[in-house]
Design a protein around this ligand. Structure first.
Ligand code: ZN
Length: 143
């Protein structure tokens, strides 16, 4: 087997789909030819890399997640730059202050709340109730 014949069979040899008699011929040539054995060496490395790459389970959402994170970081970077780093430091204090104001407004609003009809006025329904029927004085008088 010469180099040209060997090169024709190299791919099949590396991918292990060569008949056994051809394998023996290629091996025999590789022992004597350093150029072809070097080719086979790198070919086997490439084959190994390709096989491992095929075996990898690619997460289909990985690229989406990465791109989303990049966009978020870009947006927040822009936001902080336009507002300024001083506001970035003050942000926690501003949030705490706004929560405190909201709580105090709620307490004040709750304390000032009064029902529509004042408790001093007699409700309309009570006017029509006959007190004599609720507590009969006749029973007490007879005994
Ligand atoms: Zn050769």
């Amino acid at each position: 087997m010469n180099c040209q014949q060997c090169l024709q069979n190299v791919d099949a040899y590396i991918e292990k789909r060569l008949p056994e008699n051809k394998i023996a011929e290629v091996k025999k040539h590789l022992e004597v030819c350093s150029a072809c054995s070097e080719l086979v060496f790198f070919g086997e490395i490439a084959e190994k890399v390709i096989t491992e790459e095929k075996a990898l389970n690619v997460n289909p959402y990985l690229s989406v997640r990465v791109m989303t994170q990049i966009n978020i970081s870009k947006l927040s970077e822009k936001g902080y730059k336009s507002i300024g780093s001083f506001t970035g430091i003050l942000r926690p204090f501003l949030v705490a202050a706004s929560i405190t104001v909201a709580v105090f407004l709620g307490i004040i609003g709750g304390n000032n709340y009064q029902p529509k009809s004042s408790s001093n006025d007699i409700p309309e329904e009570m006017v029509y109730i006959n007190d004599a029927n609720l507590e009969s004085l006749d029973l007490l008088i007879n005994e």
